[in-house]
Design a protein around this ligand. Structure first.
Ligand SMILES: *[C@@H]1O[C@H](CO)[C@@H](O)[C@H](O)[C@H]1NC(C)=O
Ligand SMILES: *[C@@H]1O[C@H](CO)[C@@H](O)[C@H](O)[C@H]1NC(C)=O
Ligand SMILES: *[C@@H]1O[C@H](CO)[C@@H](O)[C@H](O)[C@H]1NC(C)=O
Length: 392
């Protein structure tokens, strides 16, 4: 049994490490470029400044992500291949919504893969600190990781898409609202189930189900969850033949761990040096098990959906959407229907922090997330019929 204070100490140490890392970035960017902090983070969403805004209108066969010397072409399905047969698709509902149609951009690259390793991408992304870019990351580490993401499966969230079918996804957060919810069957009834961080299943099957298609994390949140929630049964990360891991590239650690995981070797250097990825992803995992979110997607989610006031404070360089928030936004940008379970609702005071605590613990707020803003976003998406949010 691990006392709660020990967990808190662990979290504080983790946060301090992050702080020092981020402040390192912050000061170096100030010194090297002589910029104001605002510009150095780049969190105003410029309608023209970010290059991924597509130049080609809908309905065309391909679009360029960056029309620089090395243009990346992404094949879009032709009408013959994929007839628009999901009449209730989330994309259609968004297009019909006066508020959300201005926020969503389904053309933003969701995943990161080997073709993104271009000189122009390097120039753009190496100016933005993690998680929104590659600033201060050794180019060799980024390049050697991206080179391994060379399969068509690294470019798509789903491996088979029956053209006649709506893709129905459940995203399962870890909120206390799920305790006693009996939502397990409903959750497992979806085509794909997303889980994240301390996703305890054993003993909670009736409430949270058992199916896991995607497990999302940063190496930091995954390892912290294994320590903090061990006492509640989170003794290992979810594993399974059909399970895919979604890395959120929040730090150099994520690139190095992903590369080591695919190569099946011990982590050779850095914070996790000597760690065996097989502990987390099973022995000899196929490279097809891994996906990584694109830094452009992360900055897009921050600036369009979760542009928190924290960005105007000294915590600006620490701020990012929560892991749960990012998984829900990932589902929103890839599935036709999305149901969210275990996410924060206005009555969060009634529930424990997580569904698996034995005694009620109040929800913990961290300086690097804006949970209240996330709560408002999920509520609004639900009210407008774009997601189904589990409430009680
Ligand atoms: C779009 O919104 C209008 C008005 O709210 C509604 O009547 C119509 O059915 C909606 N269409 C779709 C495809 O959701
Ligand atoms: C991806 O890269 C690996 C290692 O370099 C190579 O063995 C594999 O054949 C490549 N796969 C594809 C689809 O190009
Ligand atoms: C979870 O639910 C059970 C049964 O409804 C209850 O006894 C328990 O106190 C709840 N746990 C927390 C942490 O609220």
């Amino acid at each position: 049994m691990r006392p709660r204070w020990l967990r808190t100490v662990g979290i504080v140490i983790g946060a301090l490490t992050l702080c020092s890392l981020f402040y390192g970035h912050y000061y170096s960017s100030l010194l090297s470029a002589g910029r104001t902090p605002r510009e150095s983070v780049g969190y105003d969403l410029p309608s023209k400044g970010l290059e991924w805004i597509p130049a080609v209108p809908h309905g065309q066969k391909s679009f360029s992500l960056r029309n620089q010397e090395q243009t990346l072409r992404v094949q879009r399905p032709t009408k013959e291949q994929v007839p628009l047969t999901c009449p209730t698709s989330l994309q259609l509902r968004v297009k019909n919504d006066s508020y959300f149609k201005t926020l969503f951009n389904f053309e933003v690259p969701l995943l990161l893969w080997n073709s993104h390793l271009t000189e122009s991408n390097w120039q753009t992304l190496s100016k933005r600190p993690v998680p929104y870019g590659w600033k201060d990351l050794p180019r060799e580490d980024v390049a050697s990781t991206l080179k391994l993401l060379n399969d068509s499966l690294h470019r798509a969230m789903f491996e088979r898409q029956a053209p006649q079918k709506c893709i129905r996804c459940a995203v399962v957060g870890n909120g206390g609202i799920l305790n006693g919810s009996k939502m397990g069957k409903e959750i497992d009834g979806h085509d794909y189930v997303f889980r994240l961080n301390g996703a305890v299943i054993k003993g909670f099957e009736k409430d949270v189900g058992t199916k896991t298609s995607f497990y999302g994390f940063t190496v930091n949140t995954m390892k912290n969850s294994l320590i903090s929630y061990n006492e509640y049964g989170f003794t290992q990360t979810p594993k399974g033949e059909d399970l895919r891991y979604i890395f959120i590239p929040s730090d150099l650690r994520d690139y190095v761990m992903l590369r080591s995981g695919i190569l099946g070797v011990k982590v050779p250097s850095g914070y996790d040096k000597g760690d065996k990825p097989s502990k987390y992803f099973g022995p000899k995992p196929s490279s097809k098990k891994f996906k990584m979110l694109h830094p452009d997607f992360l900055i897009y989610t921050r600036d369009r959906f979760l542009k928190s006031d924290l960005l105007n404070t000294e915590y600006a360089n620490l701020y990012m959407p929560s892991t749960g928030g990012l998984m829900l936004l990932t589902a929103l940008h890839s599935c036709d229907q999305v149901s969210a379970y275990g996410f924060i609702t206005p009555d969060y005071n009634r529930y424990s922090d997580h569904y698996y605590e034995r005694q009620k613990v109040p929800l913990e707020f961290y300086a690097n997330h804006d949970m209240i803003m996330e709560m408002q976003l999920w509520g609004r998406l639900h009210d407008r019929g774009i997601i189904k949010l589990y409430k009680r």
